[in-house]
Design a protein around this ligand. Structure first.
Ligand code: ADP
Ligand code: ADP
Length: 231
């Protein structure tokens, strides 16, 4: 699904140039669950943003599902992202002015789906994430664990091929963190590919493969025997 070759990314601010990624090679197969780890500032978010087509590499190539991303126009890239990618963030990134239902409905509106179909899909995914009873609530009325379940519902309502998760349990206590990891594991077992950035050793055990970044390079990779679930 993902093939990254000799990827470099530098940021220039005034006189300083930061090489955030310095020659990354990475393949992720369909159905894999990959964790990216490493110290703060090593390039994890930069890599995830490039995989998510939110940012462009300075050098190297990125192929997603057969598409050479660097060669696409912005509109083509947006199209590719809308149908294939779901994002989950540490800080949930829900829209406070919209209800739970409306937050999850939004990606389907972008896909121009009709109202009846949207309603059916949103309710189904809210049930699945055990948050349907909160459909009329606003994000600020929910606990952190509940907000992250809404965010996962929003990420998966379009049936993406790939979920990108940036520290998905970073703001959660261990009970809610484990619940979120179990949901991600279930989605992965149903065939969704997952690439997750994490600082948590616990969370990394859910992945099939752990990639360690250091100073913008992949320094080690290890294969996990993934846990089915951890309760
Ligand atoms: P991590 O997610 O591993 O903490 P990041 O990918 O956020 O690391 O950052 C990698 C490096 O690139 C850091 O040195 C960071 O300061 C720098 N960096 C990231 N984004 C930007 C930016 N938009 N402008 C300038 N420097 C950046
Ligand atoms: P859960 O374990 O279901 O994620 P919590 O144990 O954190 O939820 O919260 C217990 C109950 O209190 C839940 O039903 C939740 O909706 C409610 N609750 C938590 N935080 C808030 C809040 N800020 N405003 C209103 N209700 C809240």
């Amino acid at each position: 699904m993902i093939k990254i070759t000799d990827l470099k990314k530098s940021f220039r601010t005034e006189e300083v140039e930061t090489l955030a990624l310095n020659g990354v090679n990475l393949k992720v197969e369909d159905g894999e669950f990959v964790a990216i780890m490493g110290p703060s500032g090593c390039g994890k978010s930069t890599l995830l943003n490039i995989i998510g087509m939110l940012d462009n590499p300075t050098q190297g190539s990125y192929n997603f599902a057969g598409h050479e991303v660097g060669g696409l126009k912005e509109s083509q890239r947006t199209q590719l992202r809308k149908g294939n990618l779901g994002f989950v963030f540490q800080s949930f990134n829900l829209i406070d002015e919209l209800t739970v239902f409306e937050n999850v409905e939004l990606p389907l509106i972008y896909l121009k789906m009709n109202k009846a179909e949207r309603k059916e899909k949103v309710l189904k995914v809210l049930e699945r994430m055990k948050i349907a009873h909160r459909e009329k609530h606003f994000p600020q009325q929910l606990s952190g664990g509940q907000q992250q379940r809404v965010a996962i519902a929003r990420a998966v309502v379009t049936n993406p091929k790939l979920i990108l998760a940036d520290e998905p349990t970073g703001n959660l206590d261990s009970k809610n963190g484990i619940e979120v990891m179990n949901l991600l594991t279930e989605l992965n077992q149903e065939g969704t590919t997952i690439v997750m950035v994490t600082h948590s050793d616990r969370d990394s055990h859910y992945a099939h493969r752990v990639i360690n970044l250091f100073d913008g390079q992949i320094v080690t990779e290890s294969q996990n025997k993934p846990m089915k679930s951890m309760v």
